[in-house]
Design a protein around this ligand. Structure first.
Ligand code: C5P
Length: 416
């Protein structure tokens, strides 16, 4: 870690009482912390305490002539490797979402090119309010990382989601990307990522088909996150009802065989292939040209296996880094590890599916496995989860390339 200048914005919530501890933990990890207080934060925590623990005068006023003369706000925005706002109130989220900048902290957020992370803290009813949720969605779509909030007892005596994460949890999240400062902004710049998403639709006759419950939300969220990470993104997607993400090339397909053809037509320049589609395993042996008539009490339709797109990409000589998905109803870890090995993937993202979990939901919880490692991602909004997954995929992919450059082994060797 070479650069580690952190602006810690503190806004007016009761969780502000935990911020001196947060400053200490960040400094223990080698960070320089410039505290910026909003006016209401000063009701909860004092400048004297924060100055003592940070070792730097606290900033709070955009119009403070002395502070501005020492380091102007634009200079301060450039100084930061990262802006962390903890606790983040509903008010600061609304200001950030609207792009308004009436005070020093919001001005810094507009004037910086550094990543912005926020740890929301508020009453659980406020957190669930549609206006707050809409602002959260807007911020996520612009690349702001939302840390938490956690669920549990609240200062108001109620229980629910809205607690600020604990200082050590925030520090872990903040320090992970700072460990590789030069690739924080756009770790996948110059790379092409191809993602398959959604279900496929296998025709039985001109009006009927076999499909599944996949909504495409996870694959689409991964496409947005990969784009935000600087990659050129090709999204090969089955029939879904959500709009194509901006800045992403979307190739619409219907059947597994269409998806196979579209994938292979563009795979040669792809660095990372993420198979998030729920490809139908089988299709009708014989697709009828006319509508099947309702006649007999029983009707059998013979099915034949579809080509495995992921396996075919994986078998390519000097093929891309491959990430598969495994949706299971039980024994998640065992199935995922055996699929990782049998398909010889670089990584596998495993999630439980069932009623209201995994498919067609807005949230997901996954376990990721690779040879020699694994990581759990607790239940989170698919857009947030996608950002975290892309960060991990980028980290593992880039580690593979670096190892490869040092040992002069072909990229395929990374898998072993
Ligand atoms: O073997 P299983 O179908 O469980 O593997 C799931 C993974 O393989 C997913 O990443 C899925 O997108 C991919 N897959 C595929 N083509 C198929 C079946 C699955 O790319 N025909």
């Amino acid at each position: 870690m070479t650069q580690k200048n952190i602006i810690l914005g503190i806004t007016g919530g009761i969780a502000a009482y935990k911020t001196p501890e947060l400053v200490r933990r960040l400094r223990e990890r080698g960070a320089d912390v410039q505290v910026v207080l909003t006016r209401s934060a000063r009701e909860f925590v004092t400048e004297t305490t924060l100055q003592a623990v940070s070792g730097l005068p606290v900033r709070s006023d955009l119009w403070d002539k002395g502070a501005e003369a020492a380091m102007g706000h634009i200079e301060l925005a450039r100084w930061a490797d990262l802006i962390l706002i903890a606790p983040a109130t509903a008010e600061i989220m609304a200001r950030l979402a609207s792009g308004s900048a009436p005070d020093l902290l919001t001005t810094l957020c507009l004037a910086t090119e550094a990543p912005v992370l926020i740890a929301p803290a508020m009453n659980h009813v406020m957190w669930k309010n549609p206006a707050v949720q809409e602002n959260r969605d807007k911020l996520i779509s612009r690349g702001v990382r939302i840390l938490g909030p956690a669920s549990g007892d609240q200062a108001c005596g109620e229980t629910g989601p809205g607690r600020m994460l604990e200082p050590n949890e925030i520090v872990a999240a903040v320090m992970a990307p700072l460990a590789v400062p030069d690739i924080v902004q756009a770790p996948l710049a110059g790379m092409t990522v191809m993602i398959t998403a959604g279900p496929t639709r296998e025709a039985i006759d001109p009006v009927r088909y076999i499909t599944n419950r996949s909504s495409g939300k996870m694959g689409f969220a991964l496409a947005v996150a990969a784009r935000q990470a600087g990659a050129k993104v090709i999204l090969v997607c089955g029939p879904v009802s959500i709009p194509a993400p901006e800045g992403v090339e979307c190739i619409n397909v219907e059947s597994a065989r269409d998806m196979f053809a579209a994938t292979h037509a563009r795979i040669d320049d792809v660095n990372i292939f993420i198979a998030a589609a729920a490809v139908a395993d089988y299709r009708a042996v014989d697709e009828k040209t006319g509508k099947i008539k309702k006649s007999t009490d029983e009707l059998s339709i013979a099915l034949v296996k579809n080509p495995d797109i992921l396996a075919s990409v994986d078998r390519m000589h000097n093929g891309p880094f491959t990430v598969g998905f495994a949706a299971e109803t039980d024994n998640l870890g065992d199935y995922a590890r055996s699929k990782l090995e049998s398909k010889r993937l670089n990584m596998i993202v495993a999630n439980l599916v069932g009623k209201n979990i995994g498919f067609d939901a807005d949230e997901n919880a996954v376990e990721v496995f690779w040879l020699g490692g694994e990581q759990s991602f607790p239940l989170a909004d698919k857009r947030q989860l996608a950002q975290d997954l892309i960060a991990l995929i980028a980290e593992r992919y880039l580690q593979g390339i670096n190892a490869d450059t040092q040992t002069e082994l072909p990229i395929m060797m990374v898998r072993d």
